[in-house]
Design a binder for this molecule. Structure first.
Ligand code: GKE
Length: 335
């Protein structure tokens, strides 16, 4: 890598995009960020930041111009299960426009490599019907039955990336994220995913109080810390592997188990109140990392305990700064 390698990160105002920009800058890349918004919690480290609507083809041409070598296309209208199940038409339309325009604009501007952020939501629902789910291998996306809306769009765009490679020899990479969490991500407002949502609820709860959980808490997931996600992205971009690839942690945990871990970090004893009317998504989901290990000779390393500690402390600090936590409730007081 020469210092001159010029990288575009779309979605640079979002959670993973913001962390990726910081890491790429630390590695000496020149970085342009592009997104409809600036990062929420911290200034961007990008050399240049375009606040643009990437559903507009001309804006995609502008963002990929000026000798960009690599594109990390992370921009997406997305959120946790509460958000992606609330609208299918708008999310699908927004994302198909962003992805189709970004691919073509990158090709027109002779970008050498384009990485597309897909998702575990491409996996067939009939493979995710029990909490003790078998880890999902890349081929489990077919015969296709992905998450409606968000999942279908991701699966089609994976195909589109492969068609660009076939028809134009355009270098594409495809990563399937499995529930990424960490500091500097949204933790309330409707787009938050389970780790951040539960950390918020634990931080706002009094020791001995109640915490609301969506579903019966026996549903399972694997959760990957954001620094591992960024490491995996950079390794995949540098690799020669162009088929879809899992990027996730392969430790399966129930939502009840996740709540217990976070309550332990906060040193609080909480009563779980279950709301079965809330969105729950699939019954069980885990990442099979066999191909990840074979292709990148690496897999996520940061333990859930370590990642949740950092994430919980950051969310508690944010809530304290906003005077949302009575001193008596905070983990220090409970400690
Ligand atoms: N968001 C949220 N908030 N989820 C909760 C809560 C809560 O307060 N309490 C319990 N859960 C449960 C949900 O009902 C679901 O069963 C599980 O946690 C995980 O929810 P999630 O983190 O919002 O999202 P999912 O893993 O179901 O789906 C997400 O998968 C990602 C890829 O792994 C998608 O929403 C996308 O963010 C993405 O595709």
């Amino acid at each position: 890598m020469t210092k001159q390698t010029r990288v575009l990160v779309t979605g640079a105002g979002g959670f993973i995009g913001h962390h990726l920009v910081k890491r790429l800058k630390a590695e000496g890349y020149w970085v342009r960020g592009a997104d409809v918004k600036l990062p929420e919690y911290e200034a961007s480290a990008a050399d240049e930041f375009d606040v643009v609507d990437l559903r507009d083809y001309d804006k995609c041409l502008g963002a990929t111009a000026g000798g960009i070598d690599q594109v990390y296309n992370l921009a997406a209208d997305m959120g946790g299960i509460g958000y992606i199940t609330a609208s299918h038409a708008e999310i699908s339309r927004n994302n198909i426009l962003i992805n189709a325009h970004m691919l073509e604009a990158s090709r027109q501007n002779r970008v050498s490599r384009f990485l597309f952020s897909s998702s575990a939501c491409v996996y067939a629902g009939y493979k995710q019907t029990s909490p003790d789910v078998s880890p999902l291998r890349e081929e489990d996306a077919y015969p296709a039955a992905p998450e409606p809306g968000y999942g279908w769009e991701k699966l089609f765009t994976e195909e589109l990336c492969l068609y660009y490679r076939q028809d134009y020899g355009f270098e594409t990479r495809i990563v399937r994220f499995h529930n990424v969490y960490g500091p500097l991500g949204t933790y309330e407002g409707g787009k938050e995913k389970a780790p951040a949502a539960i950390a918020r609820k634990v931080a706002l709860a009094e020791d001995g109080g109640e915490i609301e959980i969506w579903g019966d808490g026996e549903q399972t997931r694997s959760f990957m810390y954001v620094d591992d996600c960024v490491e995996g992205l950079i390794r995949l971009m540098a690799s020669d592997y162009h088929q879809p690839l899992n990027l996730g942690n392969d430790r399966l945990i129930t939502i009840n188990g996740l709540v217990d871990l976070i309550s332990g970090i906060a040193v609080k004893k909480l009563v779980k109140r279950y709301d079965l009317s809330k969105p729950q998504g699939v019954r069980g989901r885990n990442s099979d990392n066999t191909r990840l290990l074979q292709t990148l000779h690496w897999e996520p390393r940061i333990s859930l305990e370590e990642g949740l500690e950092i994430t919980y402390q950051w969310i508690e600090q944010e809530l304290k700064k906003a005077n949302r936590i009575p001193l008596a409730y905070s983990s220090q007081a409970a400690g």
